[in-house]
Design a protein around this ligand. Sequence first.
Ligand code: NAP
Ligand code: ZN
Ligand code: ZN
Length: 347
Amino acid sequence: MFTVNAYAATSATEPLTRTTIERRDVGPHDVLIEIKYAGICHSDIHHVRGDWGPVNYPVAPGHEIAGVVTQVGSEVAKHAVDDRVGVGCMVNSCRTCDSCRKGEEQYCLNGATLTYGSMDRDGAPTQGGYSTHIVVNEDFVVRIPDSVTLDKAAPLLCAGITTYSPLHRWGAGPNKKVAIVGLGGLGHMGVKFAHGMGAEVTVLSQSLKKMDDGLRLGADHYYATSDPATFDELAGNFDLIVNTVSAKLDVDAYLSLLAVGGTMVNVGAPAEPLSLNVFSLLARGRSYAGSSIGGIRETQEMLDFCGEHGIAAEIEVIPVAKTNEAYERVLSSDVRYRFVIDMATLA
Ligand code: NAP
Ligand code: ZN
Ligand code: ZN
């Protein structure tokens, strides 16, 4: 074991503070990564504030990790020292269940090991990317294309894959009308990917404040959901809606925007349950689905897609001391479009 600097939450209500955490020694199949940047995902905030259930404090969050390999175990074949790599929401899984065999480790039937807030295979709690170094099994480490800088790559490891995966699975592409609800960390990546895949993209945001950005990122249309006329004008319009909103919303109102046979996929994970009137689905054979991040193979595919299409996150790089302030700004939808912590400020 060795000790590294970290930034961690000690309770649901106290600000995150500097601390140290233990990392395991590099095993034969492990990679030691010097973390250069870590994105701030809204899930980090949900988790440390206990929105999703009991938390094992202290916890260093962070599952949008970009860095450089500084040591590899004796059996490691996939990565080498100096490689530019990323780690997302998972650091291991059972590898034997149906989901793992299909490359959908996020749906591991025995429970994937999450980057933080899980129990690791060795019985120690996992700790995330708000830290200077992490030791990860090579199979859960992905390559970052040379054309994407590490700071702009970090958010791809969660916000990127979480939007790429449902867009890909539900066929976003030419002649498809896709709406992205919420222009935050996930939403802005959703716009870039849906546009990159060739779909006609609409942003549904609470207001028109970020309209110029939305259109610049690749949206064809932009509407304010605070305006009831939006729901009349767009009724029955979309083949696919990806809902990235972190709070409760009127599901029926959004389902009414789907065409016959259309699908709304929820990736937003609010603390409160959402409800719907089933007639919103029955009337036009619509579907309401959910999606969680993406598997490791698909995460690599998404990163390669970013390299080929010149896609990366829009970020605001902050020193670690601004993390708590950034949390408040994310909570008030004041983020353009992902905060990324410069880990050199934690060294
Ligand atoms: P974020 O940056 O805060 O973006 C969420 C956006 O939702 C905001 O920018 C805002 O967009 C909109 N919004 C916020 N509060 C709202 C409200 N009360 N009513 C309507 N719209 C509201 O968060 P994020 O990091 O993108 O994460 C979004 C959600 O996805 C979180 O719940 C997170 O935990 C979840 N998530 C899920 C997965 C998964 O695997 N399924 C992975 C990562 C994150 P506008 O200002 O444009 O309205
Ligand atoms: Zn996340
Ligand atoms: Zn499994």
